[in-house]
Design a protein around this ligand. Structure first.
Ligand SMILES: Cc1cc2nc3c(=O)[nH]c(=O)nc-3n(C[C@H](O)[C@H](O)[C@H](O)COP(=O)(O)O)c2cc1C
Length: 215
């Protein structure tokens, strides 16, 4: 187990996007399904590449979601065990603790542009391609690496998930401003921009905005 080196960002970074297809190895090869965000949204993010923790919400999620842990799809990384506070305090669509990979996936040689992939700590019955996903990036875990084997990558991802749970578990209070942010409550992008303006957040025109406060 790696030491806990995760570090909270001074300001969370919010990004929303349609979920697109990646290379398809998340579920199949790694046992870790990920939602890939669109390139236009990803390239606006001003962060160094790496593995991060945060929260994510599906605006139009698949109809059936399981409330218990499942192991379909070879998914060995996910449980619904604790952290339910975030679902209890969420708006109409649940907000899930999430581990985020942002970068070039150096373990593989075929990634030509920076990607952002979110692995939601929840088991879903179906994939959610074409859904809209909202992601709040809250803290940094480690840099991306090329590993000696696929097993090493898988083990490290498991540890990233552990660190994500650890970082978000306590104290819960400090995350309430993130999960109560208007970003997670708005119904569509026009309304979102209005709310962001009203709340004095800085933002750009492509679904990325950054808090002005220091939470
Ligand atoms: C928590 C987490 C950590 C990751 N760490 C690395 C890493 O260190 N190096 C790397 O090359 N890829 C890393 N990845 C990216 C995976 O390689 C990528 O999710 C996988 O190839 C699936 O991509 P696909 O959706 O395009 O198929 C990580 C992904 C996750 C979710």
């Amino acid at each position: 187990m790696a030491p806990n080196l995760h570090k909270k960002l001074t300001k969370p970074v919010f990004v929303s996007s349609r979920v697109i297809h990646g290379f398809g190895r998340g579920s199949k090869k790694l046992g870790c399904p990920t939602a890939n965000l669109e390139h236009d949204a990803v390239q606006k993010i001003n962060l160094e590449s790496g593995i991060y923790y945060g929260f994510a919400q599906l605006v139009d999620p698949p109809k059936q979601q399981r409330s218990t842990t499942i192991n379909n799809n070879n998914d060995h990384t996910n449980t619904n065990e604790d952290l339910s506070i975030y679902r209890a305090t969420s708006p109409s669509n649940p907000i899930y603790p999430t581990v985020i990979s942002f970068g070039w996936n150096p373990h593989f040689n075929d990634v030509k542009q920076r990607t952002l992939e979110a692995h939601l700590l929840h088991s879903f019955d179906e994939d959610f391609y074409n859904s809209t996903i909202r992601v709040a990036i809250c803290g940094y875990i480690r840099s991306e690496r090329k590993f000696n084997s696929l097993e090493e990558l898988i083990d490290t991802i498991k540890d990233d998930i552990r660190q994500t749970k650890d970082a978000l578990r306590e104290p819960e209070q400090q995350w309430l401003s993130v999960i109560n942010d208007p970003f997670f409550f708005v119904e569509n992008s026009a309304m979102k921009m209005k709310l962001i303006n009203n709340n004095n957040h800085s933002h750009d025109s492509n679904n990325v905005h950054i808090h002005n406060n220091n939470n």
